[in-house]
Design a binder for this molecule. Structure first.
Ligand SMILES: Cc1cc2nc3c(=O)[nH]c(=O)nc-3n(C[C@H](O)[C@H](O)[C@H](O)COP(=O)(O)OP(=O)(O)OC[C@H]3O[C@@H](n4cnc5c(N)ncnc54)[C@H](O)[C@@H]3O)c2cc1C
Length: 427
């Protein structure tokens, strides 16, 4: 397996994406240095970036491993998509500017959305669709399931871009390469839509135990119906329930952390009601079948495992640590666990943590309750665990908590390489 840092992998992906544009540039001679040439280059580059971005929306375990976490794959998907979008804007602007500098009226003629010109018309359709979907999908406050639907609809804009590519550039080597890459992107998109997202695909399990932990949290135990999932402690899976005679599933798969031991054939998850699907899961009954995809996860990178660590879990974000403590070696590095919750009653897994770490002298558990201690801050954490100098920090919890802690830790001088979270998973 390629062992490159995720940032370098993003550059590798970007380099792959611009191959058609570079191929065109190599064959275009002096045309490259004109506005028209710049426009073509940006058009090919945008198409390549969108194509590779589509490939990076796939939920594949080998991509998760290569990028050290599915979140990094999604971040790369996002970065390449945004870069493609910016170049897509440059494409008609550079074309228009080149024409305008020769004769102002020519710019208008060139870009007028004339339906009889497939090239111009398809270009306009693609541009408008991309603009529309980009504006919609940056709306962070939209409920997640609705956002996801709009984001997927961006496939329409991608389709219009393919139409434009075929209409405008067919015949050249660069266009062939771009279309090849774009076809791969279509396959990536189709894989996500038809293979990964439908809740019927994956390993089959059955719920054997349902335990209510609180008004909004349920613990589930699932036994394998055929092959067992192999995973590392602290990883997560995408889990979807199936309909059963006394349970109607929400029809979607969502990420949940495995809280059990990797050598246990049964899977253990704890689910907090936070929205449509997790509310449904609170009602699940023994005997319901479930489908599991994964495992994924980059919260505990190999290079950090032998160093002193501080784990900070907020609310249901304690789950990766519940999974991880179960496999800690007695002679492992010192670990401080900070369990952040609204109050003592909301720290549902505190006793489990204490039980699991009873004979681990190097593991210390601390609590931080919002009602009495306020939100977690770096000084409050250091007052419990001591200096953070030289320690690896693993963060899990509500995205807002993880983001604010990360910023505070960076401002405190903790290097980014020592801060670990399932980045990029929120959207
Ligand atoms: C790596 C990871 C591990 C997780 N582990 C657990 C766990 O062990 N127990 C638990 O209760 N919850 C866990 N969650 C959160 C859980 O996935 C969400 O609460 C659930 O997806 C919400 O779905 P919903 O339909 O109920 O609510 P929605 O209304 O769809 O979403 C509520 C919020 O959940 C987040 N969310 C929803 N779907 C996804 C998704 N597919 N990917 C990322 N974020 C999403 C969004 O930020 C959204 O604002 C985990 C999330 C991630 C990313």
């Amino acid at each position: 397996m390629l062992n490159l840092p995720p940032r370098l992998l993003v550059l590798v992906a970007a380099a792959l994406a611009v191959i058609p544009a570079l191929t065109w540039a190599c064959s275009a001679g002096a045309d490259v240095f004109t506005w028209r040439g710049f426009s073509r280059f940006s058009g090919f580059a945008a198409a390549g970036l969108f194509a590779v971005s589509m490939l990076l929306m796939m939920r594949l375990t080998w991509l998760d491993r290569a990028f050290r976490g599915l979140g990094h794959v999604y971040q790369a998907h996002h970065a390449l998509g945004v870069a493609g979008f910016l170049l897509l804007l440059v494409h008609p602007l550079a074309l228009a500017l080149g024409a305008f500098l020769v004769e102002p009226a020519a710019a208008l003629r060139l870009l007028w959305p004339d339906p009889s010109s497939a090239t111009v018309f398809s270009g306009w359709i693609a541009l408008l669709l991309f603009l529309f979907f980009f504006i919609v999908t940056v709306a962070q406050h939209m409920p997640f399931h609705r956002w996801r639907r709009w984001h997927r609809a961006m496939g329409l804009a991608y389709g219009a871009m393919v139409w434009h590519l075929v209409a405008a550039y067919r015949g050249s080597l660069a266009a062939g390469l771009a279309l090849g890459l774009v076809a791969l992107g279509v396959l990536g998109f189709a894989h996500r839509l038809l293979v990964e997202d439908p809740p019927g695909r994956g390993l089959r399990y059955r719920i054997t135990r349902v335990r209510r932990r609180g008004p909004k949290v349920v613990d589930l135990v699932l036994e394998p119906l055929d092959k067992e999932l192999r995973f590392e402690a602290g990883q997560f899976v995408y889990l979807a329930m199936r309909d059963s005679p006394d349970y109607q599933a929400c029809g979607e798969s969502h990420p949940y952390t495995l809280t059990g031991r990797p050598d246990d054939p049964c899977l253990h998850v704890s689910v907090k009601s936070l929205g449509f699907c997790t509310r449904h899961i609170q009602e699940v009954t023994v005997g319901t079948e479930a489908v599991v995809q994964g495992p994924f996860g980059g919260l505990f990178p190999a290079q950090a495992q032998h160093r002193p660590q501080v784990w900070i879990g907020g609310g249901i974000g304690i789950t990766p640590f519940l999974g991880r403590v179960s496999i800690l070696a007695a002679d492992g590095p010192p670990i401080d666990i900070v369990y952040c919750a609204g109050n003592e009653a909301a720290a549902l897994y505190l006793e489990d943590l204490r039980e699991l770490t009873r004979d681990r002298a190097k593991v210390h558990i601390h609590t931080m309750y919002e009602d009495t201690d306020g939100l977690p801050t770096v000084p409050a954490i250091e007052s419990r665990v001591g200096s953070l100098e030289g320690r690896e920090l693993m963060l899990a919890g509500p995205p807002a908590m993880v983001e604010s802690l990360r910023r505070a830790l960076r401002a405190h001088g903790v290097p980014a390489s020592r801060i670990h979270a399932e980045e990029g998973m929120a959207r």
